[in-house]
Design a protein around this ligand. Structure first.
Ligand code: NAX
Length: 339
């Protein structure tokens, strides 16, 4: 985005006092989100209980003496946090607690993402780009977007880049090659255990990945490993993924702003507008936020059309898309989805 070069860009981070926030903010301040020539204004949103933690992080950001960081504001007011924002990273969310049904989780998060969508609609800059990290990320993005009628739906995205990066890394580990040798992985569907990490169109050092690994490993090891990696991290680390999630958020926004070139990556994007037709080609109904193969061109995510999927892949994709439809219907049934 040439227009942003040397003009301060306003970046809002919600859940700034949490663990992803802590791993994310220093990298934004150092220029890794938008590039080394773009000064950044940080606007941090927390709930009252999280304010002290976010304020502490802000003190440390000051102590970093980052040349690109022009200001930091910490607030519990969504309208202040999203005022003039160009890039909004919606990290804070209501986690699932014991005994919570899916409908309760969706409802609790709608109470966060609906008002945040409205605040973005009212106060954000006209070029605002939104990445939802907080789970359930795809449906939270849909809820936020449906409360922001004046912002194009394509500007609301959900993060599946961590799943994408995990898939690239697992394939590289299996084949004992550097991650840079792996191209063309796709994450389809929901950021949940139903997601489908797909190597059908991937290459490794220019060779088709499917010639190098067998179906049994893919279905029996690779797919569940990637889809359940979050649970594995919790088990081993004793806490959920934080630095790798922050890293993926950086990758997502950096590519969105700077472009992906000829290749593609994965992102949860709205299957509407210019992306409706390509998404429909994969059986994704209009208006969901679904992970698809995407290319970033001129600051817009475009779904890469026309990949031919075999019956196994198709069945996985259908199941994950069906889950997204169910989540949308559940939110709609609760009366939380305007428009
Ligand atoms: P933490 O619990 O460490 O931090 C979350 C922070 O959000 C807390 O400080 C809390 O006070 C704040 N918060 C809650 N409601 C808020 C609101 N309405 N406005 C502003 N702030 C609010 O969680 P963390 O580990 O940072 O994870 C954050 C979210 O990312 C969770 O929903 C988590 O499930 C999700 N993840 C998503 C991933 C993805 O790939 N899409 C991967 C990593 C992570 O699991």
């Amino acid at each position: 985005m040439a227009a942003w070069t040397r003009e301060p860009v306003t970046v809002t981070v919600t859940g700034a006092g949490g663990q992803i926030g802590y791993a994310l903010l220093f990298r934004i301040a150092s220029g890794q989100l938008l590039g080394p020539d773009t000064p950044v204004r940080l606007q941090l949103l927390e709930i009252p209980q999280g304010l002290r933690s976010a304020e502490g992080t802000a003190l440390e950001l000051i102590d970093g003496a980052f040349p690109l960081l022009t200001s930091i504001d910490v607030t519990d007011s969504a309208s202040d946090a999203f005022d003039g924002t160009n890039v909004a990273l919606l990290v804070g969310a209501r986690p699932r607690t014991a005994g919570m049904e899916r409908a309760d989780l969706l409802e609790a998060n709608a109470a966060i993402f609906g008002p945040q969508g409205r605040a973005i609609n009212e106060g954000a800059a006209s070029d605002v780009r939104v990445l939802v990290v907080g789970n359930p990320a795809n449906t939270n993005a849909l809820i936020a977007s449906s409360h922001a009628a004046d912002v194009p739906r394509e500007r609301f995205t959900a993060m599946t880049r961590l799943d994408h990066n995990r898939a690239v890394a697992q394939l590289a580990l299996k084949l004992e090659v550097p991650v840079a040798a792996v191209h063309g992985v796709i994450i389809w569907g929901n950021h949940s255990a139903t997601q489908y990490p797909d190597v059908t169109h991937a290459t490794v050092d220019g060779r088709s990945a499917t010639d190098l690994v067998d179906e049994e490993w893919l279905e029996g090891v690779f797919v569940p490993k990637v889809a359940r990696r979050g649970a594995e991290i919790i088990e081993v680390r004793g806490a959920s993924s934080a630095a790798s999630a922050a890293n993926a958020a950086i990758d997502h926004v950096y590519d969105w702003v700077n472009g992906t070139g000829d290749g593609w990556t994965s992102a949860g994007v709205s299957s509407s507008g210019e992306n409706a037709e390509a998404a429909a080609g994969y059986g994704v109904p209009e208006g969901l936020v679904c992970s698809l193969p995407v290319r970033s061109v001129d600051g817009e995510w475009r779904v890469v059309p026309g990949f031919d999927e075999g019956p196994i892949a198709q069945a996985h994709i259908e199941a994950s898309v069906a889950e997204l439809v169910e989540e949308r219907e559940a939110v709609r049934a609760l009366g939380l989805l305007p428009g």
